[in-house]
Structure formats: C-alpha cells, structure tokens
Ligand binder design. Structure first.
Ligand code: BG6
Length: 468
C-alpha cells in the first residue's frame, strides 16, 4: 500500500451494511496491520445526530471480539470519527471535508498525498446525490497526487434501463477508474482462485471445452428465508439478488478465455465477451419457485409472484461452449447452505465398464461453507481447505475488496460494460416475470425447491452422480 494520508469514509455509518460488513472488514484489515499507520483515519457519516462515542458503541458489538473490549478493538474504534449530515445538502459534506482536511493537515500531508475512499453503505437511490456532494464538496482537491475512490454495491438498478441511468449519473461525476462496484462473490477465496486453477494447470487446459464438458452448474442455496428483509427482497427477487450478479460473475470466470495478462482491464475484457455471447433465455428453460410462508411477512404483498428460487439455463454462443448448458440455480429457505460450481464431464466413449452406472466425472469447487475442490473420478480426489490448510485464516470477501480499493486494483470489481451486459441478459426475462407471465411455483421450506427444477436439470443433460 502507498504511504501518505488515507481517509476511509463510510457513508451510512449507522446502517446495517456498515455495521455488519464494512466496519468488521475494516477492523480485520486493521488487525492484520494494513490500517495501522498513524496516517489512516476512518470517518462515519450518516443523518443521525450522534457523537463519535455513540457511533463507536453502536459498532463495537459487531466487531469480532468487540464485546470483550480488547485493546485492538479500542485502538481501532479510536480511529473512527463521526460527522452527521444529510445526503443531499452541502453543509454536511462541507463539515465532512473540513474533518478530513483537518486530519490531513495534522499529518502534514498537504504534499498532495490525500487519499479519500468513500464507501457508500447506502441504498442506490441516494448514490447520485451523494456522489454529487462528494464531487462538489468532499473529494480530494489537491492536484499534486492522491486520489478519490467511490465504492458502491448492488442493487445497481432493477433492469437495464434503470442500471444504465444510474451508471450515467455516477459516470458524469467520476471516471470509471474511480468507481469500485462491489460484487462480494468476487472477493471469495475460491472465486479468486478460479483463474489460476484454470489457466495455470495443465490438467484443465485441454479439457475445458465443449468436447469434454457436458454441463456446468453454479448453485447457491441458503437454508433461511428472507427474514426481516421481505419488503426489500420482494421488489427484487432471487434473480436480481443472486443470479444476475453473484452467479453470473462466477460463470464469467468459469467460461472466459485466457486474458492477455492478469491486468484488471484484460480480465474484465474477457468477462464482457462471455456475457455478450450469452443467448436470450427461453421461458421453458426457467423454473421459478416461492417458498411457502414467504408471504406471511407483513411487508410482502399477498399476491406476490416474486421468486425466492430460480433455476435458469444459459447458453454461451461461442467456439468453446456451444451446446454446453450452464445451469444457474439459487434459492432461499432450502435444505442446506451451500454455494458450488459443478462441472460435469461427458461420458467416456466406448466405455467397457458401464461407468455411467457409477456416475460421470465431475469437478466440484465448493465456495462455501468449508471451501473445497474435489474431483469425482470413479473414486474421489478431495482438497478440503480446512484439512489441507489447517489454521490458515481465509479472509472475508469484504476485507479483500476494501484492500483492493485502497491499492487501486479493479480486477475484482464490476466494470460498467460488464454490468450493462449482465442486465442485458436478464432484463427481458425479469420483465416477463414482473408482468406475471412466468409463475413462481410453491415449494416447502427446507426442501430442494420445486421438483420441476430437477426435471429442468435432467433436460439439460445433468446425470445424477453418487456420493457427496
Ligand atoms: C447478498 C444477498 O448479496 O448475498 C443476500 O443480497 C444473500 O440475499 C447474500 O444472503 C449471500 O452472501 P454469502 O456471502 O453469505 O453467500
């Protein structure tokens, strides 16, 4: 990390995202020594009128070990100052700027090394006014160097048109290299390892194509429902919440061609090509579900058709993947919590063992829980991270991504054209769902989802294998 004054400004500091994700991630970075220089300062900003101490008290309980009030916790909390103000009026941002400049001046860093990272832990509806306020009143003004970076998180709009509108509103204020769109799945350990796995291993290079691979599944399951956030979720549904972003990003890494280099722009160029090669989704390759009891939430309308489960088959029209279905499946209130990539290989030609009875070769990357990579041959090869790398702490996705932002590495962030291409894939389908043209089928909580999804999977050529 460069030296010089660094100010991390968390906007929406008293909200849920900040308390549960942003501050704990900052604390972990601090504990690992990344934020310990006396030139680092953290500012919380929100509308509530509270003191520094009150904000610290609100955060404390969410930090690992925070309740024990360890020295680490107190030292970290001392780095945090609070400024209150509205999200669309100059006064608050002028006060924020004054506080940040005060910190920069006290560290004698008027040599131009002012670095300001604005983390918008806020609903996207306020991104445009907040970005405008930052640009006008609170960004790094010194011409001598340093930077201003903005971190934002989904939902980036509800469809292609609204996402593009949001992108251009922010794009008028900040350059693309200043905008860090978080998709926290890109910060997960095994997602980060995918390119190395694919492109640095001779095993996979010749096999990773339509000649050998029968189908790919990218699956996300949660064993809890939308508890407490039904009202929010109902406006989005599982496709916008999980599939259009997290699973599609994983698909890109599984399917993309080898980039020219590991430079962020080269990687993102290849991801965009995959997205642009996805053919329009057909209604008979979609199964939607809604778990029974979802509508008991008083904030969910009684006639809601919002899917809490979806299985969607995508086809990539290019030389490598023509004819290989990619099944993206996500659901809430299912039997277990799991996220994994399953690459199923074709049957062995001229099989003399009738292997099909034993199941096909399958290569599985389990993103969570208990990260693992395993191969189902006619027996199993298993690399479970917690056995192989005992005692090694795998950093949280948010920690990695915040550190990348400080370093200015955009590899694991979503570029504007990627976002656009992702919305292009799903928008027609989402509009048909919003118009009630495709119905969500009921399923029992803690089940595998609607049985129709298994039929779809079979139709895509997936052959059930044994074990695991
Ligand atoms: C979020 C979704 O992006 O990801 C949530 O909005 C979901 O609905 C969460 O629960 C899952 O993240 P993880 O890291 O627990 O798999």
């Amino acid at each position: 990390i460069e030296t010089g004054c660094l100010s991390i400004i968390v906007l929406g500091a008293s909200g849920d995202l900040a308390k549960k994700k942003t501050f704990p991630a900052l604390f972990n970075l601090y504990r690992q020594g990344f934020l310990q220089s006396n030139e680092v300062h953290i500012f919380g900003y929100a509308r509530t009128n509270i003191s520094d101490e009150e904000l610290r008290d609100r955060i404390r309980g969410y930090l690992p070990g925070g309740k024990e009030r360890t020295e680490d916790v107190s030292n970290f909390l001392q780095l945090i100052k609070y400024v209150s103000g509205s999200y669309d009026a100059p006064e608050g941002f002028q006060a924020l700027d004054k506080a940040i400049s005060g910190h920069e001046l006290s560290k004698n860093s008027m040599d131009g090394t002012s670095r300001r990272l604005f983390y918008l832990a806020l609903p996207p509806s306020v991104y445009p006014p907040v970005c405008k306020m930052i640009k006008n009143y609170a960004m790094n003004k010194y011409d001598l160097g340093g930077w201003t970076r903005i971190v934002v998180e989904k939902p980036f709009g509800k469809d292609l048109a609204s996402a593009e509108q949001l992108s251009s509103q922010i794009g008028e204020l900040f350059e693309e290299p200043q905008i860090y769109r978080i998709d926290h799945y890109l910060g997960k350990e095994l997602v980060q390892n995918l390119l190395v796995l694919r492109f640095a291993n001779r095993f996979f290079l010749p096999l990773w194509n339509r000649d050998n691979i029968a189908n790919v599944q990218i699956v996300f399951r949660e064993d809890f429902g939308t508890e407490g956030r039904g009202g929010y979720f109902d406006q989005y549904g599982i496709i916008r919440d999980i599939i259009q972003n997290h699973l599609l990003q994983v698909l890109c890494l599984v399917a993309m061609e080898k980039p020219v280099s590991m430079k962020p722009e080269h990687i993102r160029d290849e991801k965009v090509k995959v997205l642009q090669s996805v053919v329009p989704i057909k209604d008979d390759e979609v199964v939607l579900g809604q778990y029974e009891g979802y509508k008991d939430d008083p904030t969910v309308p009684d006639n809601s058709n919002t899917p809490t489960f979806a299985s969607v088959i995508l086809h990539i029209h290019n030389e490598r993947w023509e004819g290989v279905p990619f099944i993206l499946k996500a659901g809430k209130a299912l039997i277990s919590r799991k996220a994994e990539i399953r690459v199923q290989f074709k049957d062995v030609p001229g099989d003399i063992f009738k292997c099909q009875k034993q199941g096909r070769n399958e290569f599985v990357i389990r993103l969570q829980p208990s990260e693992a990579i395993y191969m189902k041959l006619t027996s199993e090869l298993d690399l479970s991270y917690n056995q192989r790398y005992q005692g090694v702490v795998i950093p949280e996705a948010y920690e990695r991504l915040i550190l990348d932002t400080i370093k200015g590495d955009q590899q694991h962030f979503v570029r504007r054209d990627e976002l656009k291409a992702a919305w292009e894939i799903f928008t027609p389908l989402l509009h048909r769902i919003d118009d009630g043209e495709i119905k969500s089928l009921p399923y029992k909580p803690r089940s595998r989802g609607p049985a129709e999804a298994d039929v779809l999977l079979e139709k895509a050529g997936y052959v059930q294998t044994h074990g695991y």
